[in-house]
Design a protein around this ligand. Structure first.
Ligand SMILES: Cc1ncc(COP(=O)(O)O)c(C=O)c1O
Length: 430
């Protein structure tokens, strides 16, 4: 980065400070990860200069021969990774993938069933401040108060009553596996289309560790930057059966495949030129995810989450559903007399990065919350294992039980610094 150092020392410094922050603090945000240097390199290169509206072989601009190679590789690798028949790697983000998915099957004003945000759903699953809640009539399902698992009876009852055009399943803060097959059976009874948003567990699904929705859902959307450990971005996948069996009649009376509709929703529907440097980096990340080492990594992500969850339960923390099947857990702090907001701030001061999060049946606002969400993808990338998770559980507890006591924060911070030095991450540029 020697060019940047001279050209823009202020931005250079902010990047270096961010590298130090990532290197020296404990990253427990469940939606974050650390990409490889190969992925970083693929993002910082000249494909950022290229306009490539359209798709490989069918672009609206000349000079696309090499970016076509990158996009084709990304698509082919993603197909292999998820056993998909058709893939669109152009969405700039998970939210962009979701808007394209909604418009594949529904039109503004249609009823859409999504997971209640307070119970773990995402903004794009029906928040009134998001396109989803502003354009569609949203009805929601949640988790069972006793078990913390998705209440499938409620899903069925609401579906039968409201007859949604579309059901979107998937979540941002739900620690358990989702029964896509059961969702599909419910959807089929009323002729609803089913979309699975696997933004969070995509890497675990690609590694074959938790159930895949690909054969049960009409469409699958994802981000590429969470457990999948790629660059920030989105993607849409269609399973074999859907691609072969489904045709959609357009207003002009033409029958199109779901893949064709998805592609035209992404471009020109909701986006212009694709980010070709990011698509190249997606291809690199997918290649990494196809290697056996990615499966080992993903196994460890789950083992670490389960070890940390157990440690926290032993320390008398209330976890939604009492544990996790995945990389994420949700801690209800009400028995500790603490809000999520206070806990997030205290943990950050002590060197542990988490995010405050609503818990099911929360009595606090989304700005305050009663809980925090934590996850293990990033620390597992650093090489940390169950032993470190035990230590981290203790460090979290020391902070939570000593809110406002600077000497405790200082001690925790120095333990974290030592821990991070044992698991080096990125090198600072010379
Ligand atoms: C379930 C789910 N869907 C979609 C998104 C949106 O992704 P992005 O932030 O890339 O728009 C997220 C992000 O956290 C998510 O958790």
């Amino acid at each position: 980065m020697s060019f940047l150092k001279n050209a823009d020392p202020e931005i250079y410094k902010s990047i270096n400070d961010e590298i130090s922050r990532q290197n020296n603090l404990l990253e427990l945000i469940a939606s974050e990860n650390f990409v490889s240097v190969a992925v970083l390199e693929a993002m910082g290169q000249v494909m950022t200069n290229k306009y490539a509206e359209g798709y490989p072989g069918k672009r609206y601009y000349g000079g696309c021969v090499y970016v076509d190679v990158a996009e084709d590789l990304a698509r082919e690798r993603a197909k292999k990774l998820f056993n998909a028949e058709h893939v669109n790697v152009q969405p700039h983000s998970g939210s962009q993938a979701n808007i394209a998915a909604y418009f594949t099957f529904a039109k503004p004003g249609d009823t859409v069933l999504g997971m209640n945000l307070d119970h773990g759903g995402h903004l794009t699953h029906g928040s009134p401040v998001n396109f989803s809640g502003r354009l569609f009539r949203i009805v929601s399902y949640g988790v069972d108060k006793e078990t913390g698992y998705i209440d499938m009876n409620q899903v069925e009852d609401i579906t039968n009553k409201e007859k949604p055009r579309l059901i979107i399943t998937g979540a941002s803060a739900y620690p358990r596996e989702i029964d896509y097959k059961a969702f599909r059976e419910i959807a089929d009874k009323v002729g609803a289309k089913l979309v699975a948003d696997i933004a969070h567990p995509a890497g675990l699904i690609a590694a074959g560790l938790i159930k895949s929705p690909i054969l049960h859902c009409h469409l699958v959307t994802t981000t590429t930057h969470k457990t999948l450990r790629g660059p920030r971005g989105g993607m849409i996948l269609i399973g074999k059966d859907e691609e072969n069996d489904m045709g959609i009649t357009t207003p002009k009376g033409k029958v199109k495949s779901v893949g064709q509709i998805v592609d035209s929703n992404v471009f020109p529907g909701f986006q212009g030129g694709p980010l070709m440097h990011v698509i190249a980096a997606k291809a690199v990340a997918f290649k990494e995810a196809l290697e056996p080492a990615f499966k080992d990594y993903s196994i460890q992500v789950i083992k670490n989450a389960q070890a940390l969850a157990k440690k926290l339960v032993d320390l008398d923390y209330n976890l939604t559903s009492n544990g996790t099947d995945t990389h994420v857990m949700l801690i209800d702090l009400r028995n500790k007399g603490l809000t999520g907001k206070k806990a997030e701030r205290a943990l950050e001061e002590a060197g542990i990065t988490v995010n405050k999060n609503m818990v099911p049946f929360d009595d606090q606002s989304p700005f305050t919350t009663s809980g925090i969400r934590i996850g293990t993808p990033a620390l597992t990338t650093r090489g940390m294992q169950e032993t470190e998770m035990e230590v981290i559980g203790d460090l979290i507890d020391q902070v939570i039980m000593n809110i406002g006591i600077d000497s405790v924060y200082k001690k925790v911070r120095s333990s974290i610094y030592e821990l991070c030095q044992r698991f080096p991450l990125y090198q600072l540029p010379a």
